[in-house]
Design a protein around this ligand. Structure first.
Ligand code: ATP
Ligand code: MG
Ligand code: MG
Ligand code: MG
Length: 439
């Protein structure tokens, strides 16, 4: 992409309404524009990051054996009346009436809709296990939408639902989700710690939230410092193996890690004092096992192969796709702007032409552009006639992992400059060497 032809409405001033760094940088970098309270348009740069995050979520869900689909944003109230949640959900649910006076709602989550799909088509244990998921916009009329996309009213969520014959199988689905989430967040350059959580209005026995540590997080968290040494890394796992998935769950949840909702002073006291950490965290996902709560209420039963008909065991599992954009920035930035982890960066490298219009510089930049593209990477070329300082400031703000700077002085000896956004270190080298360094 050439910046002269792109739409990147960078703001020079810090927007007064933004209280936290991710919100400030997303506005300043022209990633989002508020449409109304808690509702945002995703401008091209923000949309690109959102899509990359979504893609990672898809890949890891499919890797775990979960099946993508798409359900609508608008739902009929009838199903929610059946489950008993139409009244229970309260004012966070946006209720809508259509021209025929039918009660509709903008889905805040999809347990009812997916259970209805399931019961309409699945009648036998032979079709289990089954995990379906989608990535779709949700609406919750949050009392205090704030912090930009972190607590929006309209937000993008991956929500997945498992259907299993037995509790044991459903707990395997739970564990499998935990493993897939660990992989998902690590690919985004994030450490998200599974913490024991409260089951809240969805109801259920087992639930963990995934929290990214950040001062601006809305949850208070208590954890054993040893937990931050854990990494899933590039180990291979057989998602069908109950033992392997359970072992990962045990490894990642055996140390103390809880949110304020489940914090227990008596258990906390057993953690050695020098390892106790109290901090703040951003909830970027949650997994639930809730048994037969919805299947019983809505008649999602299967023939169990022994002459009986039993309600299926279910769980639901969510990832805050749009919130992650903000959470990643909270976890990775400096005073000049965003520092994108390689896994989610909108472009892998920025090319800065220090003397636009100079035949040598222009040609060298064009060659770099082609070579980066040929390598399967996407460059963002600042080909505007701006001062060097302004170009550098924009590149620092939008946070691409690498910058290649091309100027007449370096070119005399055939050199360009490669700069790492994260370390700030620059090195002179040939264009070929610079390209070879890019991930
Ligand atoms: P929170 O405690 O932050 O209100 P939640 O527990 O109500 O979140 P879940 O029902 O667990 O949310 O939804 C799954 C994920 O969706 C959350 O872990 C979070 O990452 C994301 N999410 C929830 N509410 C919002 C929101 N208002 N804006 C952006 N993302 C959200
Ligand atoms: Mg909530
Ligand atoms: Mg929560
Ligand atoms: Mg939650």
């Amino acid at each position: 992409m050439r910046l002269s032809r792109y739409f990147l409405p960078v703001l020079k001033e810090t927007p007064a309404e933004a209280q936290i760094v991710s919100h400030r940088y997303m506005l300043r970098a022209g990633m989002i524009k508020q449409a109304s309270a808690g509702i945002y348009s995703w401008l091209p740069l923000g949309y690109k990051v959102l899509r990359r995050i979504e893609q990672i979520v898809h890949e890891e869900q499919v890797r775990a054996g979960h099946i993508p689909m798409l359900m609508p944003t608008l739902q009929s109230a009838d199903l929610w009346k059946e489950s008993g949640r139409y009244d229970a959900y309260g004012p966070e649910m946006l209720r809508i009436r259509d021209r025929h006076d039918r009660d509709m709602l903008y889905g805040p989550t999809n347990e009812e809709l997916i259970t209805d799909i399931f019961r309409s088509h699945v009648t036998s244990y032979k079709d289990l296990p089954l995990t379906l998921y989608h990535i779709q916009w949700k609406f919750r009329d949050e009392i205090r939408p704030r912090f930009g996309v972190m607590r929006g009213r309209e937000f993008l969520m991956k929500d997945g639902y498992n259907f299993d014959l037995t509790k044991e199988d459903a707990l395997h689905a739970y564990n499998r989700h935990l493993v897939s989430y660990l992989r998902t967040y690590e690919r985004m350059g994030l450490q998200a710690i599974p913490m024991r959580a409260d089951s809240g209005p969805i109801g259920g026995d087992d639930t963990h939230e995934f929290l990214v540590l950040a001062e601006t997080g809305e949850s208070e968290v208590f954890y054993d410092s040893e937990i931050t040494d854990l990494k899933f890394g590039d180990r291979t796992i057989d998602y069908d193996s109950h033992d392997q998935c359970r072992a990962v769950l045990e490894e990642f949840t055996s140390r103390y890690a809880r949110t304020d909702e489940t914090h227990d002073e008596a258990v906390w006291a057993d953690v050695p004092e020098e390892r106790r950490r109290v901090a703040r965290g951003i909830e970027v996902g949650q997994i639930f096992y809730f048994g037969t709560k919805y299947s019983e209420a809505m008649g999602a039963v299967v023939d169990d192969g022994q002459g009986g008909r039993v309600p299926v065991h279910m769980g639901s599992h969510g990832i805050g796709v749009s919130r992650l954009v903000g959470a990643i920035i909270e976890a990775s930035h400096d005073e000049n702007g965003i520092i994108w982890p390689e896994g989610v960066t909108p472009y892998q490298v920025g090319i800065v032409n220090l003397k636009q219009g100079d035949a040598g510089c222009d040609a060298a930049c064009e060659d770099l552009y082609k070579a980066v593209t040929a390598k399967g990477l996407e460059p963002l070329y600042d080909d505007r006639s701006e001062r060097a300082g302004a170009k550098f400031a924009t590149m620092d703000l939008i946070g691409l992992p690498w910058r290649i700077t091309v100027g007449p002085r370096g070119l005399k000896s055939g050199m360009v400059e490669l700069t790492s956004r994260r370390t700030g270190e620059s090195e002179e080298m040939t264009p070929e060497a610079a390209i070879a360094r890019l991930a």
